[in-house]
Design a protein around this ligand. Sequence first.
Ligand code: T5A
Length: 208
Amino acid sequence: MKRRLITFEGSEGCGKTTQIARLKERLESLGEQVVVTREPGGTALGEAIRHLLKDAPEGRHMGARAELLLFSASRAELVGKVIAPALDDGAWVLCDRFIDSTVVYQGSARGLAMEMIGRLNDFATAGVRPGLTFLLDLSPEKAAERLQARATKDRIEEEDEAFFARVRDGFLRLAEVEPHRIKRIDADGSPEAVAEAVWKHFTEAFVL
Ligand code: T5A
């Protein structure tokens, strides 16, 4: 049986939060138990790490290896305290970003060794893997529009165009390598169109 951990991935502002809320509502209307969480974050420790990674002055000049370890620490805590217990209870877990973000942001975009990232992902998750992953793929034009619309930018959003091009390519490559798990969805469409595409893949993957 496929695991009930569903992850949402993609570049900044691609619509993950919006789509997670819609899928949650749809599943709950069918009487399903749903837990929503996010990375980095989702636990008290994870949210403190999130602040360090995104906005805290102490994190502003962190090195790539420290960044990788902080994302991994947040993940280890989230899997142990939230994701694994919820899966054991039979709930669906909808997670905003997971291991693929580390492969792409710290691997493809920052250039850290993929082998080390794979080992850290295994260690942090203790082998918990998503049953299904939605890659909300936003065109570079739309991505730039949505980023510009933001009043303030966090540390990672301050990266240049080349960084975000590597992020997009990295996600697209992962979706090619794992087509059964990772479903690429055109995120330029309306929220309704994206939600329908998500639901279509979801019902193809799981019987409710
Ligand atoms: N990171 C994370 C790593 O480097 N390594 C890792 O291992 C992990 C886990 C996380 C940062 O950390 C990095 C990646 C990130 O840089 P974050 O705050 O979670 O930071 O940032 P985002 O993932 O970018 O999350 P956001 O909440 O900012 O964006 P969402 O959730 O993808 O998008 P959403 O739904 O909030 O929508 C953004 C805006 O677009 C509109 C919404 O109304 C909203 O205004 N919108 C649409 N507009 C038009 N059409 C649609 N279809 C729309 N869908 C949403």
